[in-house]
Ligand binder design. Structure first.
Ligand code: NAD
Length: 260
């Protein structure tokens, strides 16, 4: 387990984190590191079924804001940002750690994917990041950082990643265009690309255990990453140490993605 250093690198910062489902979620690792480094956290949960799992985590993180948000429900995301504008008035960090594809489309070949399934995957996993950026930017009055989660399957063919490959490729491309559009407002935009991690979302991928064992065997560092590793990199990207970085896809994968 990676140690989270104590510190105050994010003291005074306000961070919205979308995508905590449970204590295994990458979003939770990010929120935990942001909090440990001094940030105030706002969390969302998908629906009433998810709420009991997220509520205790919000309490643990002293999160003063916990709101429902299904990015497919027109109005949810707008309501989150209206609430942030009314309570915080300003935002420094917005992290999007959300992905979804209908099971039949996710588990079948890309060539067989339905237009509807591809559309849903693209909407939830990619366009919702663009919507989040549009709503967050006006609140980032002192500059800020927008982050999303990608995967190496965007750049290279990873068996069983299927339609999520092109969806994540679109997400990484959107990151570059948003970085270009928001750079003049001092808003930096990145995708963080973790190596495989055992989470609820990952359990939808066929033969995911093989990806995990290959990551250990083939990555130069020879260990799986954990959600705190991802959180530490996400936190770094929001600090002045990364002030001149934007539009990147940053791999947190023990070097797995450099291997042929
Ligand atoms: N687990 C991995 O190996 C891995 C590797 C690289 C990237 N990622 C990415 O990390 C991100 C987080 O996934 P995770 O692995 O932590 O799994 P997770 O299941 O913990 O998180 C996925 C989140 O997406 C949310 N979500 C799904 N549909 C939504 C909707 N309509 N509206 C709002 N939220 C919705 C879920 O509620 C959940 O909180 C995803 O983008 C995933 O693609 C995961």
């Amino acid at each position: 387990m990676t140690q989270i250093p104590d510190g105050n690198a994010l003291r005074g910062k306000r961070a919205l984190v979308l995508g905590v489902a449970n204590e295994h979620s990458i979003a939770y690792g990010c929120a935990r590191v942001f909090r440990r480094l001094g940030a105030e956290i706002a969390l969302t949960y998908l629906n009433e079924k998810a709420k009991p799992y997220v509520e205790p985590l919000a309490r643990e993180l002293d999160a003063p804001i916990l709101l429902p948000c299904d990015v497919q429900h027109g109005g949810d995301l707008d309501a989150v940002f209206r609430h942030l504008a009314e309570t915080w008035g300003r935002l420094d960090i917005a992290l999007h750690s959300i992905a979804f594809a209908p099971k039949a489309d996710l588990q079948g070949r890309l060539i067989d994917s339905s237009a509807a399934g591809f559309g849903v995957a693209m909407d939830v996993s990619c366009h919702s990041f663009i919507r989040m950026a549009r709503l967050a930017a006006p609140l980032m009055t002192e500059g800020g950082t927008l982050l999303t989660m990608s995967y190496h399957g965007a750049a290279k063919v990873v068996p069983n990643y299927n339609l999520m490959g092109p969806v994540k490729a679109a997400l990484e491309c959107a990151v570059r265009y948003l970085a270009y559009e928001l750079g003049p407002s001092d808003i930096r935009v990145h995708a963080v690309s973790p190596g495989p991690l055992k989470t609820r979302a990952a359990s939808g991928l066929k033969d995911f255990d093989i990806l995990l064992s290959e990551a250990i065997e083939r990555s130069p560092i020879g260990e799986l990453v954990d959600i705190d590793d991802v959180g530490l990199t996400a936190a770094f990207l929001t600090t002045p140490y990364a002030a001149r970085l934007t539009g990147m896809t940053v791999h947190v994968d023990g070097g797995l993605s450099i291997m042929a």
